[in-house]
Structure formats: C-alpha cells, structure tokens
Design a protein around this ligand. Structure first.
Ligand code: COA
Length: 203
C-alpha cells in the first residue's frame, strides 16, 4: 500500500475540483451527490479532500465532518475505472490519520448492505456494525436500509493536533492542541452537524 499511497496526493477540495468530483461520483454511484452538495461541502463545515494521481487527475474524493470527538464519514469514492487498485484503502487510511490527529475518538458511517466492496474495506479497518437505519437510501426498487458502522480509535492513536494538515485544521476550527483552551468548544455543534447531514444524506 505504501507504493499506492506514494502514487496519490491528497488535496483540500476547491471549487475547481467540483466538476471532476461530480463526474467521478456519477460514474461510481447509482444515486450520486449533486454539484450543489459538493459546493455546500466546500463552503461549509465539512472537510472535503480529493485524491489526485501523478498527472493531477482527480481519481477520488472523501468528505467527513467532526463535531467534538465524533466524526462522520459522509462520502468516499474512487472513480469507477480506478477501483480495485488499492486507492480506496490508501484514501481511507489518509482520512483516518487526519481524524486521529484532529482528536476524533470515534468515526461513524453508513453503508448499503448491498455494497460488498465497501463493507469489506471497512471491515478490514476494524469497523463494527452498531445498527441499521430502515429505508435510509433510495434504491432502484424503492428504499434500502443502511448499515451503521463505527470505528473506535485507540487512545494511543490520537496524535497532537499540531500535525493536522492545515486545511483540515482550518475547516475544523482547530488550533494546535497544546495551545487550545480546554474549556473552549468548537463552533460546530452536533445539532448543526446533524442538520447538515440530513441535508446531505450519507454514504
Ligand atoms: C468502496 C471504494 C471506495 C473502495 O476503493 P477501491 O479503490 O475500489 O478499493 P481498494 O482497491 O483500495 O480495495 C480495498 C478493499 O476493498 C475490498 N475490495 C476491493 N475490490 C473488491 C472486489 N472486487 N470484491 C470484493 N472486495 C473488494 C477488499 O477488501 C479490498 O482490500 P484488499 O485489496 O486488501 O483485499 C470504491 O470501490 C468506490 O469508490 N466505490 C463506489 C463508491 C462507494 O461505494 N463508496 C463507499 C460508500 S459507503
């Protein structure tokens, strides 16, 4: 995987990446996020990264949010013709590193039970099923449940926020941990994050 990770660069998504993200998303999902959702993510409290190859082609995107110590992976996508080469694993590895550095203690996500590839990927990282959301997703013949997965980070995994990528730190409103007032809470509340998630939908 080290080789695969070296072949990728992770860049904070900007407006100029939206078209590529929409194109990749549309190729990879039956019910893709729209351009407006990606624009909202870039402008909003979510953290949005793109993975680019050595030709600067966007081959994937990932969107997550963090509220206090809880993180939510809202989207991770590798464009269809690049799937199965280890890029998804490398991207998730990057996201987990960022979240640990941000001080997240647990990461939640939803996945379609029919999405065997994603389920295998998450299982290999140690995600555990913690519940189901009934009729959560649109599906070709109605609705599909979501499996809710969680990954608890070990306390020893958590690293100082001063090594967080600057763009994640900015988007999360984080300053280096040793300088942070312990009574200070991030501006983003769980409620506002939930409202945004309701708007976005999730994986
Ligand atoms: C899910 C996704 C991000 C995985 O990325 P990827 O680059 O295709 O996957 P990788 O090559 O990194 O493989 C990671 C793991 O996925 C699983 N996997 C990959 N391809 C698979 C296949 N054809 N069949 C079964 N499992 C597969 C394996 O567990 C694999 O680990 P391994 O190679 O160590 O065995 C990517 O396929 C994707 O974007 N799919 C469409 C969007 C999506 O479903 N996103 C997740 C929503 S919850």
């Amino acid at each position: 995987m080290a080789n695969v990770e070296r072949a990728l660069r992770f860049i904070p998504a900007q407006t100029e990446h939206v078209a590529a993200m929409v194109r990749n998303e549309t190729r990879s999902y039956a019910f893709p996020w729209t351009e407006g959702v990606f624009r909202d993510c870039i402008a909003g409290p979510q953290v949005c990264w793109v993975a680019v190859d050595d030709r600067d082609t966007v081959i994937g995107h990932a969107v997550f949010s963090v509220a206090v110590s809880e993180a939510h992976l809202l989207n991770i996508c590798i464009t269809r013709d690049q799937q199965g080469y280890g890029y998804g694993r490398a991207f998730l590895n990057f996201v987990l590193r960022e979240l640990k550095r941000a001080g997240a203690e647990v990461l939640f996500l939803e996945v379609r039970p029919s999405n065997r590839v994603a389920a295998a990927l998450y299982q290999s990282f140690g995600f555990r099923e913690i519940g189901r959301r009934k009729d959560y997703y649109p599906a070709p013949l109605g609705r599909e449940d979501a499996t809710v997965l969680a990954l608890q980070f070990e306390a020893t995994d958590q690293q100082a926020a001063d090594t967080l990528e600057p763009e994640s730190a900015r988007a999360l409103g984080i300053v280096a941990r040793q300088n942070r007032d312990p009574n200070e809470h991030p501006e983003q509340t769980p409620e506002s994050d939930q409202t945004k998630r309701d708007h976005l939908g999730t994986l």
